[in-house]
Design a protein around this ligand. Sequence first.
Ligand SMILES: *Cc1c(COP(=O)(O)O)cnc(C)c1O
Length: 381
Amino acid sequence: MARIARYYREYGLRIVKGLLQYVWDDGGRRYLDCNTNHGVAFLGHANPKIVEAVRRQLEEVWAVPLNFSTPARERFIEEFSRLLPAKFGVVFLQNTGTEAVETAVKIAKKITRRHTIVAFTNSFHGRTMGSLSITWNERYRKAFEPLYPHVRFGKFNVPTEVDKLVQEDTCCVVVEPIQGEGGVNPATPEFLKALREETQRKGALFIIDEVQTGFGRTGAVWAFQKYGVEPDIFTAGKAVAGGLPIGLAVAREDFGDVFEPGEHGSTFAGNAVVMAAAAAASRLLREEDVPAKAERAGAELAKALGEVESRLAVRVKGMGLMLGLELRVKADQFLQPLLERGVLGLTAGVNTLRFLPPYMITREDIELVHAAVSEALKRAQ
Ligand SMILES: *Cc1c(COP(=O)(O)O)cnc(C)c1O
């Protein structure tokens, strides 16, 4: 029998079931899921409303290319449109976050006819060659160089350097409103405003990567709404289809015809089952006011993490239910101890424990996180 290639750390956990904020292992033990497959299961595992929509779609039709229309896609665009600020009138369908970023950059290259991309220290935009070229961490990039050569990295959150960074040759600026993989680092309002103004002045496009921050997690549907700054294009992915693979680039309506037929595409893009899931997820987000719930639960979780008494804990970072606990030491040594105490988490950067729980996390769940983190850190000092 072949084996599955190994390029992830393994924790010896075999998950056999998921329901809302919990998963269960093959021994019947329950875990609070603050990993959620890198934030994918933000609406909870097997959310009944999404399950029902997918189940219905499975009996209708699965695979319909973008050349033909199909009701699942019509329902998706109707529901998803209600989550978009007025400026955004067109959605490019893809299957993953990295493809969404690639698509956004392709749009920008074609519209501006320029080729230099500006990105930032500690950025993460994906692992295909284009997105990897604007991802900062050497550990992800080194073995695959040369990558796309026309990239300028600037310092994240340094608005005074933006003027020098964005030039007449700049095609686009790509930034995460809160850096996820890079350490749960929120952008400052001044920084995003400087990027918005400078791209406008120099004729470059401003791309905000919402693959991790988007779809309600930060307390707004899109994190840029919290900043009062609108990009020309933004990307989404992870949570949008309730757990199925999706990636989206969202743009001004007039960018909708930028590609000639055949100039861009993807076999699986707009898959009917994924569209049914994303339509149900979009509806649920609005009807249950998920962003407001993420905001409230996020404030409680941030408070609980801030009350962890340990000399190893430095500070709590993030927004809504995208939170990091920065430590004085490497964070990955605590994932196993947390797991043993019934909590699945992630790391971000080197020193940050990251928590991306589903929006329905309760006060009791938050107390469990507090206890598990407190004990895990206590054992280490
Ligand atoms: C996860 C992530 C991506 C890549 O998404 P994939 O679905 O893994 O390709 C891109 N940008 C950001 C900000 C992400 O967090």
